[in-house]
Design a protein around this ligand. Structure first.
Ligand code: ATP
Ligand code: MG
Length: 791
């Protein structure tokens, strides 16, 4: 024990981190199985890292004999970085930090090699590169999605949408990760027609359809697991390789993954599993948190430790989050507490319209210097584009951990550009062909073919009317289309998009397609709105097309900016395990978080999905160390939206009196829930805490305190015009008037440093900085106080 204390003292002196008693126990419990079930920010990952260091420094274990399994490649990297910081002496050494997939891949590769089976991976980077290649009718490239698409076409006889693809691949992962036999595939729900048959055919194709065995990511897990069962030699090889195995974020480990780990440690049983069931957010991909609750079945002599003290977040955040998670009934009861001081209350920003949000968020963070301590989190990747546009305009650096990859190549974006191309010339049937069925006049395929056969290179509309057989009603509509395109010549792109949507009938066409093909209308309309945002302030359609290309590039660059001083954009899912001084969560409206599906199932008394949404929001909240800001709005795309019930729950927890007293509204009404249920969820939380037996230590005491005293006052800001709002923490030397800026002026920008203005046009200033040229939005720079004049 003496030596142990020395280790802990040394680490305290070197790192300033003093482990608590439970953490120390977990570090010292190296032999046998250990389940560490703990709250967010309680030091689970920290403890794992200390444990590895302890094994290496104190017990003389060779680093390569330790395997640390993480949830994602990003978390493997983060964990390795933390280890290198904590144990710089051992940083070059080879502790095996990796995902379970990379371990399974090795096992599978060994096994297939032994059986002399050639294989090919059809998912991930390498396979995706191939997806970009145009195969011009040749054999399709062997990529998971392309294979599924082709099978869908053959079996269902239709084109599969991206949403259907997501649904189908989720179904496949679910079935595989749950190790379900084929007889049970039909029992798993999937919205895609013939999903079960598609999966059966997909499996067959992977085995027989190519000269090599085709393997996707889920197969790696299944095959590795099978190989460990079937091949004793292989099993021994891997069992002998590692003496200590640990898994972080194990609440999101699936059954097949647990099975692999179980076999791996069978000999020595030295397994440390770290988890928080309240942060389980991958049930839809077959995460198996129940396994943890049954841990002793697999490891009868396992030790169980709980950690509830949060070291990450301010007292207000911890208390509110702790009470919020008690909405869920299906969980291990825990009481997260902290000794950290109070900081600022959680702030709710309620904007009048969605369109104000991205710019508002940019303004909120514009005053900060330490951008790497800020994160903007969202439920769906589609939220990223508006943020990308607004942050780029404001010149605030960001790192895009997750973004909407589909946006720039989406067919809606292509359509809009093609409509715009028609305003330059209406003599090209090839352009019309791409949009002919998506505008007023509804030109049929046959009419299109006839048009292409017309030799005269005149206006396509004239040619249609003069040479192609049309229905009577089409003449008027096509004449109108022709005139509208003429009117659009030279139009500002934002107006042009509106003309396309409403005058040329594009939005109506989208409506119809959604009905007919099952596309998600919200997403498609969202794209159009985002395009309008991007077009704002631009003068020409060429400039708009350039800006799209430019933003696509910005997105690529922003993905590589991980270690820069930049704001992090991430989905809530990928923010797991991370922490930031300041966190802003956006798009917090009912229908997004929780989603419409979650709400619908909840109303049908199926609470599982709603509970997962609650956990996801909880993961988001608990990323923040000191400042947490929740953004919601009352309208989007002309439709009323409801502030997320989770946001209202936070308000109610934080400041019950103010919430009750909201004029003219009963709380349940404001919450968008039925009065009974809203009250029940809240009171349930109170009861759970009030029911704590006294003397259960600090956790209970702290929780009880929080029922008596609301943790700080809620600040509910209602902002209709963010321009009027950005007054706080402004730079007194910043330029406030556009008239002060001139070509040639020397300026200093908050993020880019010194530069000289090369061009001024409309709202745009082209500035040459040391790092290169940048186009800035003058209004954004003035509003946010980003520019100073120099000399
Ligand atoms: P999550 O559930 O979000 O993954 P976690 O339980 O893994 O969280 P860590 O990321 O390990 O938590 O730790 C959260 C923060 O608390 C880190 O900044 C870490 O340095 C700090 N921390 C952990 N343990 C201690 C301690 N004993 N004393 C002081 N700070 C600590
Ligand atoms: Mg962690």
């Amino acid at each position: 024990m003496q030596g142990n204390e020395e280790f802990f003292t040394r680490k305290r002196e070197e790192l300033g981190v003093e482990l608590n008693e439970v953490q120390k126990k977990a570090v010292l419990h190296t032999e046998g199985a250990l389940l560490l079930l703990a709250s967010p920010g309680s030091g689970k990952t920290t403890t794992l890292i200390m444990r590895i260091g302890y094994l290496v420094e104190e017990k003389g274990v060779r680093p390569e004999r330790i395997k640390a399994v993480t949830f994602s490649r990003a978390s493997a990297r983060d964990m390795k970085e933390r280890f290198d910081r904590f144990f710089p002496k051992h940083s070059g050494e080879r502790v095996a930090f990796s995902t379970i997939h990379s371990l399974a891949f090795e096992m599978m590769r060994d096994s297939l090699r032994k059986q002399r089976i050639d294989y090919r991976i059809i998912e991930g980077d390498a396979a995706e590169l191939e997806e970009d290649v145009d195969f011009a009718g040749e054999r399709p490239p062997l990529h998971k999605k392309l294979i599924l698409r082709e099978l869908y076409r053959r079996i269902v006889g239709d084109h599969m949408t991206d949403d259907q693809m997501d649904e189908l691949t989720t179904y496949i992962s679910f079935v595989k990760n749950k190790l379900l036999p084929q007889e049970e595939w039909g029992a798993v729900k999937c919205e895609v027609a013939d999903a079960e048959r598609l999966l059966a055919e997909y499996e067959r194709f992977k085995r027989e359809g190519a000269d090599k065995r085709l393997i996707d990511y889920d197969d790696m897990l299944v095959l590795a697991n099978e190989a460990l069962d079937a091949d004793r030699e292989l099993l021994r090889k891997y069992q002998r390789r590692y003496d200590y195995v640990m898994t972080d974020e194990s609440q999101d480990t699936s059954l097949v993954q647990h099975a692999i780990v179980e076999k791996l440690v069978q000999g020595h049983g030295n397994l440390c599993v770290v988890a928080d069931d309240d942060q389980s957010i991958y049930a839809w991909r077959a995460a198996e948190p129940q396994y943890l609750l049954d841990f002793k079945k697999a490891y009868p002599r396992a030790r169980l430790l709980k950690m509830e003290q949060n070291y990450r977040s301010s007292r207000n955040i911890v208390q509110v989050a702790n009470r919020f998670i008690k909405r869920n009934k299906n969980r291990y009861d825990k009481n997260m507490f902290t000794d950290n001081p109070e900081a600022e209350p959680i702030v709710v920003h309620r904007l009048s319209d969605y369109q104000l949000q991205a710019k508002f968020v940019a303004e909120r963070v514009a005053e900060e210097d330490n951008l790497r301590e800020i994160a903007v989190l969202y439920r769906n990747n589609s939220s990223s584009i508006a943020l990308l546009n607004a942050f780029d305009r404001a010149g605030i650096l960001f790192y895009m951990k997750d973004g909407d990859n589909r946006f720039f190549s989406h067919w809606v974006v292509e359509d809009v550009l093609n409509f715009m191309r028609m305003t330059f010339t209406d003599r090209r049937p090839d352009i019309l062909e791409k949009i002919h069925s998506k505008m007023n006049g509804y030109i049929t395929k046959q009419q299109m073919a006839a048009l292409k056969a017309v030799p005269q290179p005149d206006s396509v509309f004239d040619n249609l009317m003069n040479y192609v057989s049309l229905r009577d009603y089409q003449f008027k509509l096509l004449q109108e289309c022709k005139e509208t395109f003429e009117r659009m010549k030279g139009m500002a792109p934002r107006d042009a998009i509106q003309t396309i949507r409403y005058d040329l009938g594009y939005e109506k066409a989208i409506d119809k397609m959604c009905e007919r093909l099952g596309f998600r209308k919200e997403y498609l309309i969202g794209i159009l709105n985002t395009l309008e945002d991007i077009a704002e302030g631009l003068e020409t359609m060429e400039a708009f097309a350039h800006r799209l290309k430019y933003l696509e590039q910005v997105m690529k660059t922003a993905r590589r900016r991980r270690s820069d001083n930049a704001v992090t954009f991430s989905t809530l899912h990928s923010a797991k395990g991370l922490e930031f001084e300041r966190v802003l969560i956006v798009d917090l409206v009912d229908g997004i978080l929780p989603s419409n599906d979650d709400i619908k199932k909840h109303e049908e008394e199926d609470a599982a999905d709603m509970e997962e949404a609650v956990r996801l929001f909880y993961v988001g909240m608990t990323r923040a160390k000191r400042r947490l800001e929740l953004c919601a709005y009352d309208r989007r795309d002309g439709t009323k939206t409801k502030v997320s019930r989770f946001v209202n729950a936070v308000r109610r927890i934080q400041d019950p009196e103010a919430f009750q007293a909201a004029p003219g509204k009963r709380p349940a009404e404001a919450n968008g829930e039925s009065a009974g249920r809203a009250h029940e969820a809240f009171a349930g939380g109170e009861r759970a805490m009030g029911g704590q037996a006294p003397g259960r230590g600090r956790a209970a005491a702290s929780a009880a305190a929080s029922t008596r005293r609301p943790p700080g006052k809620a600040t509910v800001v209602r902002i209709d015009n963010p321009r009027a709002k950005a007054t706080a923490a402004r730079n007194p030397n910043a330029v406030r008037e556009a008239a002060l800026l001139a070509v040639g002026s020397a300026v200093e920008h908050r993020s880019f440093g010194r530069g000289r203005i090369e061009r001024l046009r409309g709202d745009h200033a082209v500035v040459r900085f040391e790092a290169g040229q940048k186009t800035l939005s003058v209004s954004a720079c003035l509003e946010m106080g980003l520019l100073e004049l120099k000399g």
